[in-house]
Design a protein around this ligand. Structure first.
Ligand code: MN
Length: 740
């Protein structure tokens, strides 16, 4: 029936089956053979042929059966191979685990999942691949499986061969195999990615919750309710955060609609939200919530795609901010108004200040003009021939003393006004202390001598230079020296010392031996018009002097002070900044002397021109000049006639008032300087404008000297002589004179 040689032999079960078949076939054959051998001779040839034919058919039958068997074998092989492919390439890990927990089999996906080759997995304990903390859980799971037998799942964390953790879902069944030994068939699915996504979603959810609950802004989600037939459009509150109540002032809204909660609010709320819902374009807007008396700033946006019916709104209560802004606007407006007022006030003040300065300047001029006549004529009488009687002399002295005092008052008030209005211009430059001291000494000596006071200037060991305005520096020192002499005891002394107190600082001390000052008196020392009880004494003074002095020192970055002991004397001191620079402009006018005055018949005839509109002043100078027979005085009452006379008469010296009808003295000078015939004639300004600025301007314009009214006759004559000396020294002037 079968041919053993034709079996492939590699499939044990098939081979053993084949052998049994063959054995049976051989037995049958042998039986038949024995029968045939016994009956062979008795059989007829027909019977023999019949038997042979039967055998042949059997053989063919066997061969056909064999062929079928081989075909079935092949099909089985294919099925088995397919089964193994399925087993290995299944997308889930699969393994068989013994009752004791050993891995008996594992598919390819299981080895991939655990990251190890299959040979290293099979024979290992399954729990070796489970993280420690999940092992107890797995133990219970296994126990339950074996007890119940049904399919059960669990999710636990496993470890790959390299220690990487992964989340796995197990689906297992317990089964008995052929030998009725329990095995677990375990399907493993890697769910790490899903777990990760779940975690991410949970985190995101948590973050959203946190934000939702902790944000300052009110937040709500609204759902659109379509207006049914006849019913208006509305929105329902689905979700609100805790800040919603704080910001809106509305409570208990979930599930209700806006129309239910806020029936009074206008229609545009719904229009706005509907627009956001249909267009998907977010809107930021501001609206007052009349029901709650609040102003809200809102931001509405659609949640989801075009199909969405949800609108989220984030909003803030900005009522306070808006109120504050409104208030600030009002304040701003008020401030602007104030500023405008202030500006107007400043303009008015500036105008007033300018007017004040102009008033002071003109008042000074107006006061000086009559004073000029008083002092001038008094001096004229005092020095006239015949000399005044002793009684007349006493009266004239009183006039002169009062007059000069009045002049001093005017000067001091003018000066102080200038300082107080900030109009005093100082030129700070290196000033030689030695030079200033020498000049002051020269100037103060006659006064000291007159009063019998000894003045000592201690020698300077170093040539100090201070940063100061030289004119004002002299004014300060003269004031202190003058006071020290004035308020000294009879036969007293004044000592001036310079001490370097700190690097770059020098202290100038003026020490007197007067009565001294009590602390109370010192306190009131620097107040104007406070003469500390000196009113009763003969010495005159306004008390402005010290105030002015202190202001000047401070304007030059210095400090001034006083130390005093009652009964012993006072020390007035000032401290100034020293400077390393050495250059020094000496603005000092050469000391005035009367030595050059030459009188007598042999003196050459000189011509003077006086341009002056004020009759009293004109008469004064006329009378003064009349005492000098060699001087001939021409006069003009205005600028233009002054120019005319100057150009025709070519006088030796011109005396010029500044304030004149028509053109001013400055303009006259300008014309004279431009004409070569008159350019070299010395012109003396003779003006009641005593403000330093005016004096400087005059000197800059080219006046030979600037004499302020009232004049001191001696000084005036001395200056005139100087001018005459200069006039004589100019050769072409001398030549033109001799031609005449
Ligand atoms: Mn005048």
């Amino acid at each position: 029936m079968q041919d053993p040689d034709k079996t492939t032999g590699h499939q044990i079960s098939v081979t053993s089956g084949g052998q049994a078949l063959r054995q049976r076939a051989e037995d049958i054959a042998r039986e038949k053979m024995s029968l045939s051998s016994k009956k062979l001779e008795a059989q007829s040839p027909e019977t023999m042929w019949q038997t042979l034919h039967e055998l042949h058919v059997h053989q063919i039958e066997l061969e056909m059966q064999n062929e079928e068997l081989r075909h079935a074998q092949l099909q089985l092989d294919t099925a088995r191979a397919r089964y193994f492919d399925l087993y290995d390439l299944a997308p889930v890990g699969y393994c068989t685990v013994s009752e004791q927990g050993l891995i008996l089999e594992a598919n390819f996906a299981a080895s991939t999942l655990l990251g190890m080759v299959r040979s290293n997995i099979v024979g290992q304990r399954f729990s070796r691949f489970i993280v420690k903390s999940h092992q107890d859980g797995f133990y219970l799971y296994r126990k339950q499986l074996l007890a119940s037998g049904g399919q059960q799942g669990c999710e636990l964390q496993m470890l790959k061969g390299d220690g990487t953790p992964l989340w796995v879902t197990l689906q297992a069944t317990a089964e008995n195999n052929a030998d009725s030994v329990s095995v677990l068939r375990v399907v493993m699915t890697d769910v790490t990615e899903r777990r990760r996504a779940d975690d991410a979603i949970r985190d995101s959810e948590e973050r959203y919750r946190n934000l939702f609950n902790s944000m300052d802004e009110g937040f709500c989600v609204l759902e659109k309710i379509d207006g049914e037939a006849g019913k208006p459009l509305d929105f329902r509150y689905i979700e609100v955060n805790p800040a919603f109540m704080l910001q809106s002032g509305i409570t208990d809204v979930i599930g209700k609609t806006i129309r239910q909660i806020l029936p009074e609010e206008p229609e545009d709320w719904f229009i706005t939200y509907n627009r956001v819902c249909t267009t998907g374009i977010p809107i930021r807007f501001e609206r007052s919530l009349a029901t709650q008396g609040r102003v809200l700033e809102l931001y509405a946006f659609r949640i989801g795609g075009p199909e969405s019916r949800k609108v989220a709104v984030i909003f803030n209560n900005i009522t306070t901010r808006r109120l504050a802004e409104a208030e600030r606007e009002l304040l701003d407006q008020a401030l602007q108004d104030k500023n405008a007022d202030l500006e107007r006030a400043t303009i008015i003040a500036d105008k007033a200040n300018r007017a004040k300065s102009e008033f002071l300047s003109s008042m000074s001029h107006e006061l000086r003009t009559p004073l000029s006549a008083i002092l001038g004529f008094a001096q004229l009488i005092e020095s006239g021939t015949p000399p005044p009687t002793p009684t007349q002399k006493r009266s004239i002295d009183q006039i002169l003393q009062a007059g000069w005092y009045l002049l001093e008052l005017i000067n001091e008030i003018l000066d102080l006004a200038l300082v107080e209005s900030g109009k005093l211009a100082l030129v700070l430059e290196p000033v030689s202390l030695a030079e200033v001291m020498l000049e002051c000494k020269t100037m103060i000596e006659p006064q000291a001598h007159e009063r019998g006071i000894g003045v000592t200037f201690t020698e300077l060991e170093t040539p100090y230079f201070v940063k100061a305005d030289s004119t004002r520096m002299k004014q300060i020192l003269i004031n202190l020296l003058s006071n020290a002499i004035k308020y000294n005891k009879a036969g007293g002394t004044v000592v001036v010392k310079c001490i370097a107190t700190a690097p770059g600082r020098i202290r100038i001390r003026v020490e007197d031996t007067g009565e001294g000052l009590s602390p109370e008196k010192v306190d009131h020392l620097f107040q104007p018009f406070n003469r500390l009880g000196q009113e009763a004494r003969a010495e005159q003074g306004t008390g402005i002097g010290l105030v002015m002095t202190k202001r000047l020192v401070e304007l030059m970055d210095g400090v001034m002070g006083v130390e005093s002991i009652v009964g012993q004397g006072s020390v007035f001191w000032l401290e100034m900044n020293l400077t390393g620079e050495r250059h020094s402009h000496s603005h000092a006018v050469p000391p005035l002397t009367c030595a050059q005055v030459k009188t007598g018949a042999e003196a050459p005839l000189v011509t003077l021109l006086y341009v002056e509109d004020n009759l009293a002043n004109l008469m004064l100078i006329q009378e003064l000049i009349a005492r000098h027979p060699h001087m001939h005085l021409l006069t003009a009452r205005d600028g233009n006639s002054g120019v005319e006379i100057a150009q025709t008469a070519l006088p030796d010296v011109i005396l010029m008032d500044i304030d004149l009808p028509g053109i001013s003295g400055l303009e006259v000078l300008e014309i004279l300087v431009k004409n070569p015939a008159t350019a070299n004639i010395p012109v003396l300004a003779l003006s009641a404008n005593a403000i330093p600025r005016d004096i400087d301007k005059g000197l800059e314009s080219g006046f030979f000297r600037y004499i302020t009214k009232p004049i001191k006759i001696d000084q005036f004559m001395a200056t005139l002589d100087e001018a005459l000396a200069v006039a004589r020294a100019v050769p072409d002037r001398a030549a033109s004179k001799s031609d005449r």
